[in-house]
Write a protein that binds this ligand. Structure first.
Ligand code: DAT
Ligand code: MG
Length: 147
């Protein structure tokens, strides 16, 4: 089954949006298989955003993501990577359509509430950076048969 790494960023946790965001993914029909509230270390955050290492905003991005707790999750489902990216919306809230998470909850690019993997390969790399295999829980989800 395809899986993705989603993470409510420190702004979303501080604004108490975790429950509402989890609800959106549940209602869409995806299955939560791991979750934890964590303050990430600098090295771990730098690995997560390694593709942006040369960008001018890299330092601020790592400062921000390590500034408070993040709510890290693994979600499973058919096409979960692309479908959750669609639900999250464009990186810059100025471009994010209303109805998407960033379009509904974010104003600034640097504080855009949630991270979602952009490909199946990044999802597996990001999951390995944040979760140990024994933290992933396999269970039957009866709803999966009817969505
Ligand atoms: P996304 O989070 O939509 O995958 P990304 O991978 O391009 O976007 O960038 C990672 C994060 O870095 C993004 O969520 C917010 C921040 N960011 C991206 N571009 C930025 C910019 N031009 N200025 C400040 N922060 C930026
Ligand atoms: Mg990205």
């Amino acid at each position: 089954m395809e899986r993705t790494f989603l993470m409510v960023k420190p702004d979303g946790v501080r604004r108490q949006l975790v429950g509402r965001l989890v609800q959106r993914f549940e209602e869409r029909g995806f299955q939560l298989t791991a979750a934890k509230l964590v303050v990430f270390g600098r090295e771990q955050a730098e690995r997560h955003y390694a593709e942006h290492r040369e960008k001018p905003f890299f330092g601020e991005l790592v400062d921000f993501i390590t500034s408070g707790p993040c709510f890290a999750m693994i979600w499973e489902g058919d096409n979960v990577v692309q479908l959750t990216r669609n639900m999250i919306g464009k990186t810059d809230p100025l471009d994010a359509a209303p109805g998407t998470i960033r379009g509904d909850y974010a104003v600034h690019k640097g504080f855009n509430v949630i991270h979602g993997s952009d490909s199946v390969e990044s999802a597996e790399r990001e999951i390995a950076n944040f979760f140990r295999p024994e933290e992933v829980v396999a269970y039957d989800c009866p709803l999966q048969v009817c969505i």
